[in-house]
Structures are given as C-alpha cells and as structure tokens.
Design a protein around this ligand. Sequence first.
Ligand SMILES: C[S@@+](CC[C@H](N)C(=O)[O-])C[C@H]1O[C@@H](n2cnc3c(N)ncnc32)[C@H](O)[C@@H]1O
Length: 249
Amino acid sequence: MSASDSMNSSNQDKIYANSQPVQDFVFDDKVADVFTDMINRSVPGYATIISMIGTLANRYCSPGSQVFDLGCSLGGATLAIAHHLTHKDYRIVAVDNSSAMITRLNAALTSHTDRLRIQTVCSDLADVEIKNASVVVLNFTLQFIPVERRSALLRRIHDGMNPGGILILSEKIRFPDSTLNALLIEMYHQFKQVQGYSQLEISQKRSALENVLIPETIGDHKTRLVDAGFSSCDTWFQCFNFTSMIAFR
Ligand SMILES: C[S@@+](CC[C@H](N)C(=O)[O-])C[C@H]1O[C@@H](n2cnc3c(N)ncnc32)[C@H](O)[C@@H]1O
C-alpha cells in the first residue's frame, strides 16, 4: 500500500477497497482512523443502538454506581451515556485493549465536560475488575472474545453488578435455520452495498473477520446469560443479523 493510500484525510473507510492478500482483522491505527465511518456503514442501526444505550443507562445508572463500557473503541457508547445521564454522581470505565482506540478516545475526551468522571483503560477485559456496576455495555465486543472465554467473562460481569443493574449486549448473530441465515446475510450485504461498499470490499472484509468475529445464535446468548446468573434477558433491537439484548442482574 502506498503512503497516499494509507493517508485518509476524509476518515472514510477504504481499507478493503483494493484487492489485497487478506489478513485477520485487527483494531490497529488504520482501523481506528476510519472506525466511526466503518461501524456506521457496517452495523445496521448502530446510531439508534448507541442513542438507546444512553437512554437505558439514564434509567438504570443509580447515583454512586459505575458504568462499564467494555470494548469501547472510540467511546461511542461512553459519550452517549455521559450525554444522557441526568445525574452527575457516576463513573464510566471505558476499556479497550487497542491502544490505537484508547489514544484517540483520550484525545477526544480532553475538552469533555465530564472528563473527570470517565476513566479510560487500555487493557484486556479479562484483567479489569468489575464492581459496583449498575450498567455494563458490551456493544459488539463479545463476538471478538474467543467462545470458550465468553461464559467466564459474563459470570464475572454478573458478579460485579449491583442488583437491579443491566447488561446491554449487542452482537452480530447467526440463525439456526440455514435458509433464514443465508437470507439475512444477503440482506446485510445489500445494506452494505447501499452504504457504498463494493462487492470486493464486502467480500475481503468478510474474509478478514472470518476467524476473528465468531457469531452465535440468540439462543446461545440467552442460555449463557441465564447460566451466568442474569434473572432475565431478551432482545430490544434487531436488524437482519445484528441484535442488541438487555439482561437484568
Ligand atoms: C466492534 S468494536 C466495539 C464498538 C464499540 N463498543 C462501539 O460501540 O462503538 C470491538 C472493540 O472491542 C475491542 N476488544 C476486542 N477484544 C478485546 C479484549 N479482549 N479486551 C478489550 N477490548 C477488546 C477491540 O479493540 C474493539 O475496539
């Protein structure tokens, strides 16, 4: 890739625009530079989900408690929550193991009025202590955690939450019925085309994510959430093969 290709002053996602040997997807500087554009054009309903996370957090974040945004990337959910919370007695812990993401989030937060209430942590989720949590957000993050580590993470989140708290879990999903699964993937690819991605971009990105983003069914998620101790859970948003769920501690 030439220097001019890697410079992207418009911050438009063109990462897979040229034919290339496709490597596993990583959240590096190149991705972080275009991430806002990428996620808005790649997740149907992303803006709605982010805004509603703010609305839900305002209902469930009790004074004196903590909010955890796990896999925060550039802080989309963190900033929506800070914006929506009507009381100021909270702390948001925004965690990501990508230094490219956390560096940019820190820069964006420098002049934020709620800066002192937002702690950013560059770390693996597995190493972050969850405690006194009224709201925990996993917005399209669990799908990147190896499947065998997901149950332990959800149990730890549950155990660190206050009674009455909520977990918001957004994921790309697959469907047990192969015909429906194929249809909703096709619809999703049509959505991406409408967003301006070419067939080449769609297919190269799909290959890059194949070993990295492992989607499960809604049933798998519900079973795991109940096994982790959550008293009830269900979906509150779905578009094609993307969903957001709420689980009650
Ligand atoms: C799809 S992005 C999440 C988007 C973000 N939550 C939002 O709402 O805009 C997934 C994020 O999870 C982070 N991530 C993946 N595995 C992680 C881990 N084990 N520990 C911490 N962060 C992780 C990635 O670096 C990436 O920024």
